[in-house]
Structures are given as C-alpha cells and as structure tokens.
Design a protein around this ligand. Structure first.
Ligand code: PEP
Ligand code: MG
Length: 301
C-alpha cells in the first residue's frame, strides 16, 4: 500500500488536492503566507490559516513544516544580513532558532490550531540531533505556556525531521530514534550532497537526482527508519519522478508527497509496478557507481 499526499503552498491549493483525492498533506510550506505579505502574519492570522487547513483535511494526515525562509526565500520586510552563501547561511530551522520570538509565535499558532486533532510538525534543514532536540524543547515550552494560560491546544503533536542535509544522513539512525517521523526533502538533499545550487542555471546539468551518492543516502535513511519503526515519507520533486518511483518503493518508501496535479500520473505509474521487482531494481541501482550507468538504466524504464 502506497500513500499519495499533497504538497500545499497556499490554502487555495487544497481544492485540487481534494479533487484528486490526496490522502492528506505531506508538506505544508508554512513560509508562503509570510512571503506574500508585507509584514509578519500575527499569531491570530497564522492560527486561522493552520486551522482552516486542518478543518479542510479533517481526519486526514497533515504535516506542517515550520518556517523555511532564507536561501532563495527572503522576506521583503525583514532586514536580512547580506550573506555570501545564503543556502549555507541563516535559513530554515537555523533562522527559527535564532529568532525565537518568531518561532514561538508560529508554534503557538500551530499548537492552538491543532486542538482536538492529531497533528504533525516538522523542522526543515535539521543538521544535528541537537538541532532537533532544541526545536522540540521550544515546542515543549510553548505547550507549557499554553497550558498555564488555559488555552486549548494539541498536547501531543508528532514532531519530525526533514532529511535534507548530508549531516542528517550520517546520523539518520539517531534522528530516527529521536523523531516521531522523518521526511526526505530531496530538492535540498540533492543540492547539498552534490554541492550544486538548485537555483543556479550555470550548473543545472550537475543537478543529478539519480547520482549514486544520492541513491545510497536515500537507502541509508530508509533502512534507519525501518530499523527504528519510524514513519518515513518523501516530499521533494523526486517523489513524483516516474523514473525514480521504482527505486523509492524498492528501498521501502511507502508515502510520497507531491504537487497534487501529479497524483494521477504517479498513481498510474505505481499501479504498473510489482513490489518484488522494485526491490531488485533498487539493488541493481545501488551497486552502480557511474551517473551514466544509472541514467541509461532509468532510461529503459
Ligand atoms: C525539499 O527540499 O525537497 C523540499 C520539499 O523543500 P523545499 O523544496 O520547500 O525546499
Ligand atoms: Mg527543502
């Protein structure tokens, strides 16, 4: 059984997700409402957005990703430091941990929105167990304050790690033990494994998602998740790449999250596959050392 979930950027994306029968939201990019505004959305404004999302998807899984700004996603109204390498700079969880007031406001809005429902919150660009534990501690603090204030909130959110960095792959075992779930963000993972800026056209041909190093990293994450009984999903573009789907299923991934429009094509692709065959495909691919060999194997479909 393979589950297909939707990546949601704005609430307006929900319509297509529902029409195409997404089984839930595997990635809600919470930074979008921050990016399209002229100022920080208040806790109340955020609460309303998150609450609407949960209500629209009632009974289904919803994974909220905390703010992922920095890199190529800047806020026009927030003074940014001039960074020579913004993708290696103060982005995603690093930004949230540095600007704790903004992080706390978002977590309060999320936890309040989740009152009475099951909810998942994940952190982008986790690079160490310490990062995750620090973020989890801030969630615990927020829960404590909401409890003392007598404000209704989700008291047991499931907390997850986005696997987007080579450092996270190295410690996948420990992250799988600490976190409630893992979600692989291949868009960033590929860029950081290959040291290839995903927004730089000059090196676009070096962005090779099927590079053996990427395939082996994915396998390591899947194996760590399986050994620890930790839920695993994938939410980068690779999740809907029909060439890559046999490999992803072959290493044991069973939850794919993607732009909703891609769901029908992926459904069709999966229905043509035999699980035992995908395991063999994955084993074959994992033995390859050259990009070109992987490319020609994938070409044959
Ligand atoms: C990813 O990195 O794969 C991902 C899903 O996050 P984003 O594309 O928003 O960085
Ligand atoms: Mg990412």
């Amino acid at each position: 059984r393979v589950r297909l979930l939707a990546n949601i950027n704005l609430l307006s994306d929900l319509k297509v997700a529902k029409r195409l029968k997404a089984e839930g939201v595997g990635l809600y990019r919470s930074e979008l409402p921050f990016i399209v505004r002229n100022d920080f959305p208040s806790e109340e404004e955020q609460y309303r957005i998150y609450r609407t999302l949960l209500e629209e998807m009632a009974g289904k899984e919803v994974v909220f990703r905390t703010l992922d700004i920095g890199g190529d996603k800047m806020l026009s109204y927030f003074p940014s430091v001039n960074e020579a390498n913004p993708f290696l700079g103060l982005r995603a969880l690093r930004f949230s941990l540095r600007h704790k007031d903004i992080f706390v406001q978002q977590l309060r809005a999320l936890l309040r929105a989740g009152a009475g429902s099951r909810m998942r919150i994940m952190f982008p660009l986790v690079s160490s167990v310490d990062d995750f534990v620090q973020a989890r501690d801030v969630v615990a603090e927020c829960r404590h304050v909401l409890r003392t204030e007598g404000v209704a909130h989700c008291s047991e959110p499931e907390l997850g790690v986005m696997m987007e960095l080579p450092s996270a792959v190295e410690i996948a075992e420990e992250l799988a033990q600490e976190a409630d779930f893992l979600c692989i963000g291949t868009n960033d993972l590929v860029q950081y494994i290959l040291a290839e800026d995903r927004t730089n056209e000059q090196v676009a041909e070096l962005y090779v998602p099927y590079h053996p190093a990427v395939l082996r990293s994915l396998k390591r994450i899947a194996a760590a998740a399986e050994r620890n009984g930790t839920d695993l999903s994938i939410c980068g573009d690779m999740a809907s790449d029909s060439r890559m789907i046999p490999f992803l299923l072959g290493i044991g991934i069973r939850t794919l999250s993607m732009d909703s429009a891609r769901i029908p094509k992926v459904q069709k692709r999966i229905s043509e596959l035999d699980i035992a065959e995908t395991k063999k495909t994955a084993e074959t691919l994992l033995k390859m050392s050259r990009n070109s060999d992987v490319a020609s194997f994938l070409q044959k479909g």
